[in-house]
Design a binder for this molecule. Structure first.
Ligand SMILES: [Zn+2]
Length: 389
């Protein structure tokens, strides 16, 4: 497949940018990843359906109800038991998508034991936070049957903000080691870019991502005083200085343009709409569920698998909206990075490096790109870096 036209190849060649080499290995890895996106979604939906339809979800809820009648304990207990059950059912898929495929393409050298430990930690953190969310939500719906959407929203929004603030301080260190950038020419260059971006005192950390993957990346995380730019150690080891600086300038763009705060504001706005429509449409859906599922109301712990089913399907339906917003932010960060470094060739070479090292084809099929990808295609990013602005 030709990803670039003759004119586009000439644009790259004139700038001294070598177009990404398309290998059969890259293509088969990409096809496999796309198939796994669909399979993962189907696996999740079928798992929840099977739990509801087989009566297993109901038996689990009866079992938990025998242990405690106190709803403040019953809801988290049921959710955690359910999360363990779902993790066990999903394990073959998690192993295939998260371990087997990455190892067979040489993209990870992590041992099975370490990978499994990371998976269990991630699921435990997720289960703990989601159990807390359900407990608060069910408690408030019971207490304020009419006004709960607004009350729940005003409780969840500060909790989400606290979560974004605390994630780099408490959660991320459970999986990786974060170290401040050591002194030297690499840090001097990065600090120069940060200063040019208007954030001379930005915290810049290195994460030992090489524990999990051979891929390259960097990101911005945190909120307020916990905000930081994090660069994967692989990126620092494998890329030349001008490309590292181009990546930092892109990440500084997210930082300076306030993309995390913007994302938080959009999430909060989406949450209002979600909670209000749940209040309006919830009873209507409830009356249409199969009687054999035995769900007595939305705050019945047994409704949790149904709510998870709605969240899974809803996330899939709204993914294009979320990803379109994300792609726009990425374009802004690319443009910001170019303005700071004034080095379009280095920026274009970053995207070529990402394509080669991460086995990412320059342009995924249009529908996959539209639905699932939060970044513009590497093809678009290479070309827009090189075209006159
Ligand atoms: Zn970005």
């Amino acid at each position: 497949m030709a990803y670039f036209s003759a004119a586009e190849l000439k644009l790259m060649a004139d700038a001294g940018v070598i177009a990404p080499a398309i290998t059969p290995e890259m293509l088969s890895y990409c096809r496999l990843r796309y198939a796994l996106i669909g399979a993962g979604l189907l696996y999740s939906v079928l798992t929840l359906f099977a739990l509801l339809h087989s009566g297993l979800a109901r038996k689990l809820s009866d079992f938990c109800a025998r242990l405690t009648r106190n709803k403040w304990l019953l809801v988290p207990l049921y959710y955690i038991c359910l999360a363990v059950l779902i993790m066990l059912i999903r394990y073959p898929f998690s192993y295939l998508a998260g371990y087997q495929v990455e190892h067979s393409y040489g993209l990870s050298h992590q041992s099975l034991g370490e990978w499994l430990f990371d998976l269990i930690k991630a699921r435990a953190v997720d289960a703990g936070l989601t159990a807390l969310g359900f407990t608060i939500a069910f408690g408030l719906i019971d207490k304020f049957p009419k006004r709960w959407p607004v009350i729940l929203w005003s409780v969840l929004v500060p909790l989400i903000a606290a979560g974004i603030f605390l994630a780099p301080l408490l959660i991320d260190p459970l999986f990786n080691k974060f170290t401040p950038m050591p002194a030297g020419p690499q840090r001097d260059g990065i600090e120069r870019v940060a200063a040019l971006s208007g954030i001379p005192n930005a915290a810049i950390f290195i994460v030992d991502k090489s524990r999990q993957t051979t891929k390259l990346n960097a990101y911005v995380t945190g909120l307020g005083s916990s905000t930081r730019i994090v660069i994967w150690d692989n990126t620092l080891q494998k890329l030349p200085q001008d490309q590292i600086e181009a990546i930092v300038a892109h990440e500084a763009g997210h930082y300076v343009l306030g993309h995390i705060v913007l994302g938080f504001a959009l999430t909060s706005a989406g949450l209002v709409a979600l909670l209000l429509s749940a209040q309006k449409l919830g009873p209507l859906f409830l009356s249409r569920l199969p009687v054999s599922w035995g769900i007595r109301g939305w705050t019945d712990p047994q409704a949790i698998p149904v709510i998870l089913l709605f969240i899974t399907v809803g996330s899939f339906i709204f993914a294009p909206v979320e990803n379109a917003i994300s792609r726009e932010m990425e374009r802004q960060a690319d443009a910001f990075g170019l303005k700071v470094t004034k080095n379009p060739v280095a920026m274009a070479r970053v995207f070529v490096s990402l394509s080669q090292q991460n086995l990412s084809e320059p342009a995924p099929p249009a529908i996959i790109q539209f639905w699932f990808f939060g970044h513009p295609s590497l093809r678009e990013r290479i070309l827009s870096a090189l075209r006159p602005h």
